[in-house]
Design a protein around this ligand. Sequence first.
Ligand SMILES: Nc1ncnc2c1ncn2[C@@H]1O[C@H](COP(=O)(O)OP(=O)(O)OP(=O)(O)O)[C@@H](O)[C@H]1O
Ligand SMILES: [Mg+2]
Length: 411
Amino acid sequence: MNDDVFSFTESGGATENLLNSYEYLIEISQQLNSTLDLSALLHKIISAAERLTDTEAASIMLLDPKTGDLRFEITSNLNPNETDSIVVPMEGSTAGWIVQHGEPRVIEDVTKEPSHYHGVDDRLAFETRNLLGVPMRTHNKVIGVLQALNKHNDQRFNEQDIKILTTLASQAAIAIENARLFQQSDFIAEMVHELRTPLVALKASTALMLRPDLPEDRRVDIIHDMQSETERLISMTSDFLNLARLESGRAQLDKTDFDMQKLIRESVNVVQQQASDKDINVVITGGNFVVSGDRGKIKQVLLNLLTNAIKYNREKGTIAIALRPNQDQQDKSFVEVSVKDTGYGISKDNQQHMFQKFYRVANTAGFTQGTGLGLVISKHIVEAHKGAIWMESQEGVGSTFHFTLPLAQKY
Ligand SMILES: Nc1ncnc2c1ncn2[C@@H]1O[C@H](COP(=O)(O)OP(=O)(O)OP(=O)(O)O)[C@@H](O)[C@H]1O
Ligand SMILES: [Mg+2]
């Protein structure tokens, strides 16, 4: 009799738990669908995953559409920035297996599982004991993996955990795709907005040109203005196209081995006139390095950094370009290129936004032309080569932009 009562309470409790879980799942799905901010979304997903599976932590890995790599996006209790560059290998990792098979997987004891990838734990000083990973699926496509880590009170993952986490993961995947699409449409809106300024200027010029009383010298000035606005439009549209290609992963790298110093000299020649107009001296130091990469795209990075170093420099300033070996990154040898200027510098606050689309520092945007895409494009190009780009700056003293590129293997 007592046993019956006990089992009734037990199963009653379990049913209640299940109902509570599904109620929470419905509530969180609604919240996810109304969140378009990707970072807020990721936070909500992992805290829901922890709560629904009664685990210590949860994490999300997403497939990078550009490289096909599986990247750590977020994990609970840890700073999301720390997970930034962690790539989980597709072959030989649990998450890779889940993506490739499109099925959930439970690992009861990671110490007994040869396929468990310990790289993340090592980096984040976290000890995974057991885990449940499920695919994040939208329209028959897996976009990543949601994992719940370390069940509380040494419990085991059960069927209900698998079902609930799988449901959460598909809701989450759709919400992530929506947020990405929204970001894309935001980009299109901003792009169109940017195109308006030169177009409005062109329209005003044509109206002026039609005035019969316009003196000849004014007419020539207006034509020059129209020419420069048209050039700006062309360069903006090619930036937009480049960025759209780089973001979607459609941009192909046309790789060759080439001498980096020679490319730097060639790029300096392109901007020499612009530098001379401001009496800016350009100096190049460092040895010869043979880089493996897309020469044309890397030239674009150099041209943008050099144009910035001129535009945001003072009259009679200097630009120092240096080349040095960089061994920081694993496996391969890299060369580090730095472009240092003696310009206005960038405040700490503004430095955080430097690689964001359309971001321009307010006090310099007023008197220089630009769209605020140069650095974003440069970052995409460098990262497509598995290199890194970063900056340091001191207000009133100047800024240095650094980037790394892989050296050709045989040199
Ligand atoms: N060397 C620098 N010194 C000071 N500020 C800089 C420097 N480089 C970039 N910036 C700041 O960062 C912003 C973004 O640079 P970015 O090259 O992305 O865009 P842009 O030069 O404004 O336009 P464009 O898309 O034509 O390159 C600039 O508007 C400027 O405010
Ligand atoms: Mg620029």
